[in-house]
Design a protein around this ligand. Structure first.
Ligand code: APR
Length: 285
């Protein structure tokens, strides 16, 4: 184990409260494109055409076509070793708040995988879970319930949630979206209004409660683990400054440069799928 990995292990294991802050890089090895790196979404598409309220007002069909493509892409991806190791670590200890900028659901799916593994090892008590071999479906359901105890704080929303542009109703939505014509776009069952992806577009405010929860966790943390984010987009990116300003030791995991390199106590240059299991597996998970 390198000295840097050992230092990160010790810092994270010794911290009573940890805030974990993730960006697109944590899902890169699952096949989900990042935004600003090579092959990043903003290298191929123009955000002002697809990820702003004006774009949606101008051409909701085009915006839904792009989000439908992203939903299908993410649905075909699997959580990677970083998602599972992080969730396993969170399920095996207390005091960790996960804050994500991502709109994919790989943290939640990674948590269900981690919970299933812990159930199989007999290291997780979950209501209703008998032995995995006796009743695999009940076990998977119990794992999903267990995973629900470590939900991420979502600063930018979710690809798999929608919001009505007329009445504001929000709900989960995983079905296929037919964006072939405006008439086939998803509509609100309550009022018939046009539904939009429940994600935060450029120029829109972040969800108040999520922001409050994220910054409260940062202000109270003794360690801040940053995984796979360039730290380029405010106000989310200020979370790490908040944690560092409150005295937290910052650990950064990224193969490239980030806005946090100067404030990092430990800087681990590498892919999340490789580094995260090494620093969390060694911290007692
Ligand atoms: N493991 C860890 N980090 C990785 C990996 C990997 N395998 N591959 C790439 N990275 C790093 C890149 O080096 C970069 O620092 O992930 C980071 C991705 O940065 P961005 O593409 O800018 O994504 P992110 O920081 O999540 O963007 C923040 O910007 O466009 C908005 O709403 C969007 O939530 C997004 C926000």
């Amino acid at each position: 184990m390198s000295s840097e990995v050992a230092r990160a292990c010790a810092l994270l294991a010794g911290a009573e409260r940890v805030v974990v802050f993730t960006g697109a890089g944590v899902s890169a090895e699952s096949g989900v494109p990042t935004f600003r790196g090579p092959g990043g979404l903003w290298k191929t598409f123009r955000p002002e055409q697809l990820a702003t309220p004006e774009a949606f007002a101008r051409d909701p069909r085009l915006v839904w076509e792009w989000y439908g493509w992203r939903r299908d892409l993410v649905a075909a991806c699997r959580p990677n070793l970083a998602h599972v190791a992080l969730a396993r670590w969170m399920l095996c200890r207390s005091g960790v708040t996960l804050v994500t900028q991502n709109v994919d659901d790989l943290h939640e799916r990674g948590a269900a995988e981690a919970a299933l593994g812990l159930l199989r090892e007999g290291r997780l008590r979950a209501a209703g879970a008998r032995s995995p071999d006796a009743d695999p479906e009940a076990c998977r359901a119990a794992a999903r319930d267990a995973a629900a105890v470590v939900p991420p704080v979502r600063l930018h929303g979710s690809l798999f949630h929608v919001r009505c542009t007329r009445c504001g109703e929000r709900r989960e939505h995983r079905g296929a979206v037919d964006a072939s014509a405006e008439a086939t776009l998803p509509r609100c069952v309550a009022c018939g209004g046009l539904l939009r992806p429940d994600v935060v577009w450029f120029g829109e405010p972040l969800p108040e409660r999520a922001l409050e929860a994220a910054f409260a966790a940062a202000a109270a943390a003794q360690a801040c683990l940053v995984i796979g984010t360039a730290g380029a987009v405010q106000p989310a990116a200020a979370l790490v400054d908040e944690a560092a300003g409150a005295g937290a030791a910052v650990v950064v995991v990224d193969p490239g440069e980030t806005a946090y390199d100067g404030m990092a106590e430990v800087r681990l240059l590498g892919a999340a799928g490789e580094v995260v299991p090494a620093i969390l597996g060694g911290s007692g998970a």
